[in-house]
Design a protein around this ligand. Sequence first.
Ligand code: FAD
Ligand code: NAD
Length: 368
Amino acid sequence: DGRLIEACTKDSPPRYDWFQTETAVTVAIYTKQKDLESEFVTVDLEGSILRADILIGNYSNLLYLDLDHAVREEINVNITGIVGKIEIVLQKQDKVTWAKLGQPLDSHDSFIKRTDRGLFFRKCKLISKTSVNYNTKLFCLLLPEGVFLQVPIGQHVYLKDTIAGIEMVKPYTPVSSSLQYNSEVLSSMGDARKIFLMIKIYLDGVFTQHIDSLQIGDELYVSSPQGSFRKSKIQAVEELFLLAAGTGFTPMVKLLNHALTNNSSLRKVKLMFFNKKENDILWRSELEQLTIQDSRCEMQFVLSEPTDEWTGMKGTISLPLLSTLIERKKEPVNKMICICGPAMFTSQGMRFLEDLGFSKEEIYGFTE
Ligand code: FAD
Ligand code: NAD
């Protein structure tokens, strides 16, 4: 658990080494972490500045250097998970021999709590903007060539931009480009430099109005991933329940894709999606398609402001509604329920779920 990792790593933070050939410089970082995953590693190369942030449990280790000589823009990051080794390969601009790797910058070689490390931003380019419904758009941002960054399932990033001279920062949860997990989509999802964000544009929203006004090719800043969700929470579950309201749907997208493709014990996944009106239901046809494609999937749409024509479920989150939506089994099942939406929706929902007999460990609320 986190405390064990903390105890193990406190005395032996990662150490690094470097070597060179005529054309390349390789930085090797040894973390001693078995099963080190690529999403725990974020590398930024900007000009001659190299920054690598390695997450180990709740700790962050930073390598931050002004490199000795000029390098090309692109980087190559290789992770050998079983031995916990990271290799960052840089291409020399000129065939000169380096005497040292570089000059340490502020906080280089520091090993501190992840939450104490300030947000770090890099400039990304808006490469596409497509409508999802009448007020929500899918934005695709492209990371620079010198950046290696993966946003873990259930985690968010912060966007930063200056609006009328004031710097603003807001959190958004990346989604997959689609819910259809066929090979074509999976290969486009493999494009590690793209980040897809599904953003609702509020008529009086300061940040979202600004984001909506951006043109293709415009730039804005994206932070490193934040959040406490770990995919291990859903790794072995047999039943996964997802409760989403409005854009609280965004973390559920990657959760759904991940559970359906990587979790062999999964027998059922049920999304209960709360919205005001029918045209607020994000990716409705994609969700309906998924239930046709995969018999483990079930969707339930609940509207709080339906028209008379709506024959589906009505209302907002309540104990009676949840008890009809979530059937309780007599035999024990390995289950998990994730909930995300407006703060009141999430806090009330978490309370109702406990009333329904779910343990605290079986509930994950996106409350950050
Ligand atoms: P503001 O100028 O702050 O508010 C203007 C008006 O917008 C308000 O009067 C209200 O009518 C409405 N409004 C603003 N904030 C909210 C809110 N939080 N809930 C309901 N109504 C609101 N949003 C997305 O669209 N996609 C995401 O993936 C996403 N991920 C998030 C992840 C986290 C961890 C959190 C905490 C929030 C997330 N949000 C997401 C919400 C997002 O961060 C902003 O709050 C939202 O985009 C509104 O910003 P704004 O500056 O345009 O609105
Ligand atoms: P919305 O106003 O369109 O409401 C959608 C549904 O949420 C409603 O139909 C209703 O069923 C329910 N709801 C709304 N207010 C409620 C309340 N006070 N009590 C109980 N239920 C309520 O939603 P939206 O504009 O799409 O907002 C989505 C929210 O989700 C935002 O607050 C956003 O910040 C949050 N969000 C959080 C995260 C996260 O990771 N923490 C991620 C994405 C979105």
